[in-house]
Design a protein around this ligand. Structure first.
Ligand SMILES: *Cc1c(COP(=O)(O)O)cnc(C)c1O
Length: 221
């Protein structure tokens, strides 16, 4: 478990100050998260709502929890009282449900809209046109308990650096363009263990790193 501390340290040292590191702890035990916490890490990402909720219950309350997985609307209620940022929002319906659940707790929940940048069709996400229309819609102004603070993207699972670079920079270009009309946008979540350095070079402000911190996961999620 000692490796966690070393991995975190070397990743953090190489990270620009303004880039937020989300330690993706999905499938990992409480002890591994506690180890990272003891090394100073406070932001953790999970992809299953119930798993995140039970970890939230068991761990220190100054941890910032990010939901990075695909959302099941009927489960939003299990995290509405504590989640700090929801990365994978890919429909207006989901935003409405987050708003409804956030309201019950008198909170405003920060959300990222997930953009489809990968060429694989297994990845979820909205087209750039969908994102523009959601973010500029009349209906969105009625949702007082959510705040869209940026975009999230997952690149194609490939070693091809040129392709990755093109996907990241396409999202960055779109993000900058959107920001001119929506100055509240400040977060661009892109980059994972295999590609976060390239993502940062192409404008990422938040990276989601799991296996490079905690080691390989035992099963595919
Ligand atoms: C699992 C996951 C990550 C982290 O993946 P690693 O390759 O282990 O760093 C990042 N983003 C999302 C959306 C994930 O589901």
């Amino acid at each position: 478990m000692l490796e966690i501390k070393h991995h975190l340290k070397s990743i953090k040292e190489a990270l620009p100050k303004e880039v937020v590191l989300v330690a993706v702890s999905k499938t990992k035990p409480l002890a591994a998260i506690q180890e990272a916490y003891n090394a100073g890490q406070r932001v953790f990402g999970e992809n299953k709502i119930q798993e995140m909720a039970s970890k939230y219950d068991a761990l220190p309350k100054d941890i910032e929890w990010h939901m990075i997985g695909h959302l099941q609307r009927n489960k939003v209620k299990y995290m509405a009282h504590f989640v700090n940022l929801i990365h994978g929002v890919d429909s207006f319906k989901t935003l409405k449900e987050i708003d409804k659940q956030a309201k019950k707790h008198d909170r405003v929940i920060n959300c990222l809209l997930q953009a489809r940048i990968a060429t694989e069709d297994t990845k979820f996400g909205l087209t750039f046109a969908d994102i523009s229309s959601i973010i500029s819609s009349e209906e969105i102004t009625a949702l007082k308990n959510i705040c869209i603070v940026g975009l999230m993207g997952m690149a194609t699972f490939t070693e091809n650096q040129q392709q990755l670079k093109e996907e990241f920079s396409a999202l960055k270009t779109f993000f900058d363009q959107l920001k001119t009309q929506h100055p509240k946008l400040n977060t661009l979540s892109m980059g994972m263990s295999g590609d976060y350095q390239l993502a940062i070079k192409n404008g990422s402000t938040m990276v989601r790193v799991g296996s490079a911190i905690f080691g390989a996961r035992n099963y595919i999620t």
